[in-house]
Ligand binder design. Structure first.
Ligand SMILES: [Zn+2]
Length: 212
């Protein structure tokens, strides 16, 4: 792991954002580990620092000036906004239509023809959400130069059709429900992204995250 990745992982550990247990991820896959980015990004100075780091990685790995950063809501919004700040670009976000589950630009967000854009997310697991935003931007006439995330859980394997960067690349096992060893051994599952603010009694919560 690079020194940069080590320092990012330390931010996650110290804010209680690296959880272990049995989780249903946004992708639908099950996993024994979950990165709760919101717990790291709740500190604006940390969010700003991560945004600067990711902006630097993007600048070094894509061709051309980045004019717009697009993120899938909700997870990508804070980091996307900080990356845009560091790049001097604008930030827009996509939302899923509740009826069709399709990713959409709402709230009057428009793309300019040929606008140079990147997609920024908090965590990439399969690359599915990033890919949907890439496709949406292209369909809207933008040029998608690249994509980035704070964490890459795919061990570098997720492909989204454009150059992709991450601040920390991990290989965290995730399983289809039918093949999940944690399900088989009867460990209760939680969907951490949507749980209420009161921590689940079953979730490991570090003293740091309690006092933070
Ligand atoms: Zn499971």
């Amino acid at each position: 792991m690079t020194p940069q990745a080590e320092s990012v992982m330390e931010m996650f550990r110290s804010s209680g954002a690296y959880l272990e247990g049995h989780f249903r991820l946004t992708s639908g896959l099950h996993s024994g580990a979950y990165m709760q980015c919101a717990l790291v990004l709740q500190y604006p100075d940390t969010a700003e620092k991560l945004g600067r780091m990711l902006a630097r990685e993007l600048r070094q790995n894509v061709n051309g000036e980045i004019q717009a950063v697009a993120s899938p809501a909700l997870g990508g919004m804070i980091i996307g906004h900080e990356v845009a700040r560091a790049l001097g670009a604008r930030h827009i976000f996509t939302e899923r239509d509740p009826a069709t589950r399709q990713m959409k630009l709402r709230r009057g967000f428009l793309l300019r023809p040929g606008e140079a854009a990147v997609v920024v997310e908090d965590v990439i697991t399969t690359g599915g959400s990033t890919q949907e935003v890439v496709d949406l931007l292209r369909a809207g006439g933008a040029r998608v130069l690249g994509a980035g995330s704070i964490i890459d859980r795919s061990g570098g394997e997720a492909a989204v059709g454009v150059p992709r960067v991450a601040l920390a690349t991990l290989r965290v096992a995730s399983y289809e429900e039918a093949a999940c060893p944690l399900c088989r051994s009867g460990v209760p599952i939680v969907k951490p992204g949507s749980r209420p603010s009161e921590p689940d009694p079953g979730l490991p919560v570090t003293p740091d995250s309690r006092s933070a």
